[in-house]
Design a protein around this ligand. Structure first.
Ligand code: FAD
Length: 285
């Protein structure tokens, strides 16, 4: 399934290609439209440390190519892809090597946030690597009840934060279940980051929230250079273009690689209309 042409067609809506070369071509095009990128080599929950090393090496190549080809962008990675479930020590060593390589070219590594089972350990790794290099940042999920205090801590350390709503199924004990509550918390946390944070990334396709944020920054006279919006490759291109036209910074999360299935399923789950899109591809195929 993963390599069939049908799979390629349906995943191509959200994934920039299976090879680094294809992904870099997509990044160049995105750059030409005035947006920056963060490149994500798909893969999570690897089952061996050898696999984790293959991922690390692909990221090292990506950082090198971003530098040598003058792509305006950085990389985003998941700790479970770097071996977190197998050995935290090996995972740390892999990520450290990458963050040091990025620091060496003046670049930056975003450490994505996975399910709540990883939150505390992920933040600790970001704290440690940031203290050593100053070249990595965290992701905070607005659906988690702990997020406000995490943001206070990250802001006090001047660590860059990407704020998103959160993409995993979480129990009531740790996460708000109601969409309205998540949205409210997102706006509250975004304002905190815009006021007290260090170059936050506001990652959402929610137009109502985007409008609230643009109104807030205008009212507070927060310069557009002090933060960026972030969206996923292939989602709300109309809104991406409009924000760039209005003078805001926009970074696209550009995933590539063969292991697209879990990423793709999260995107389907977010929006039932995407299932119709896929169904149409099957009928045509
Ligand atoms: C740059 C970036 C990085 C991210 N990194 C992480 C991470 O590290 N950890 C994590 O848990 N989550 C991450 N996410 C995912 C995030 O948590 C949400 O699951 C996802 O962005 C959908 O939420 P939303 O804010 O767009 O709002 P929603 O309330 O889900 O959607 C609002 C509107 O956006 C549009 N939309 C949203 N999703 C889709 C879609 N899949 N297809 C088409 N239209 C859509 C629709 O118009 C929808 O009505 C990231 C998201 C972005 C944009």
């Amino acid at each position: 399934m993963e390599t069939s042409s049908l799979a390629k067609r349906v995943s191509g809506r959200f994934v920039a290609g299976s090879s680094l070369e294809e992904a870099l071509a997509a990044c160049r095009k995105v750059n030409q439209d005035g947006l920056t990128v963060t490149l994500d080599y798909l893969g999570e929950n690897v089952s061996s440390l050898d696999e984790a090393k293959v991922c690390r090496d692909m990221y090292l190549r990506s950082i090198g190519e971003i530098e040598s080809r003058g792509i305006k962008g950085n990389v985003s990675l998941k700790l479970s892809q770097f071996g977190m479930d197998l050995s935290e020590e090996a995972c740390r060593a892999n990520v450290r090597e990458l963050v040091l390589a990025a620091a060496g070219t003046g670049n930056f590594v975003r450490i994505d946030m996975e399910s709540s089972a990883y939150t505390k350990r992920t933040l600790q790794i970001v704290y440690d690597l940031y203290s050593e290099t100053g070249s990595c940042g965290a992701v905070i999920q607005a659906y988690l009840k702990r997020s406000e205090s995490d943001i206070d801590e990250l802001n006090s350390r001047r660590i860059r934060v990407r704020l998103c709503k959160g993409a995993y199924l979480e129990p009531e004990g740790v996460a708000f279940q109601d969409k309205a509550q998540v949205d409210l918390n997102f706006v509250k946390l975004a304002k905190k980051l815009l006021t007290d944070g260090n170059y936050p990334g506001i990652a959402t396709h929610d137009e109502t929230i985007v409008n609230q944020i643009t109104a807030f920054v205008r009212e507070q006279k927060i310069a557009p250079e002090r933060f960026e919006f972030q969206m996923l490759y292939g989602i709300r291109r109309d809104l991406q273009t409009k924000l760039v036209r209005d003078g805001f910074r926009m970074r696209l999360y550009v995933p590539f690689g063969e292991a697209w299935y879990p990423y793709f399923m999260r995107r389907l789950a977010e929006r039932p209309a995407n299932v119709l899109f896929i169904a149409r591809q099957f009928i045509r195929g």
